[in-house]
Write a new protein. Structure first.
Length: 133
């Protein structure tokens, strides 16, 4: 999972650990060598994770293999503090919203500092981008 941001009309890549500000627009890209399913959630450790992709479907979206494939849904950051995370959950099956949130919450609950806990869930490969606020 990769994040690109736009601030004051300028676009830039935002690798893990990049400081981002309220009002920054985020776009997401993925790279995968196989087709599968993808859910992207945004977590701040204080609230329930927010589903970013797919925005209008209760289940994970089927995605094709590819490099730097743009995800059609994005986000605009509100005010925040400390560390937050964009979590891509690549899976062999379509995860429902509740299951994706539970997995993300488990990773956040077990974090050490800004590093999320690893996820040992068969058939699910998490990719995390840490956002510093």
């Amino acid at each position: 999972l990769e994040v690109a941001a736009e601030r004051d009309g300028k676009q830039f890549l935002a690798p893990s650990g990049t400081p981002l500000l309220a009002g920054d627009s985020l776009g997401f890209f993925y790279t995968s060598d196989r087709a599968g399913y993808l859910t992207v959630v945004y977590a701040d450790g204080r609230n329930v994770p927010v589903r970013i992709f797919p925005a209008r479907d209760p289940n994970a979206a089927h995605v094709v293999a590819g490099t730097k494939v743009a995800i059609p849904d994005g986000a605009v950051l509100s005010a925040g503090t400390d560390c937050e995370w964009a979590i891509g959950l690549f899976s062999d099956r379509a995860l429902g919203s509740d299951e994706a949130n539970r997995l993300a919450e488990r990773m956040v609950a077990g974090r050490k500092g800004c590093n999320l806990a690893p996820l040992a869930e068969p058939g699910v490969e998490p990719q995390v981008v840490t956002v510093k606020r």
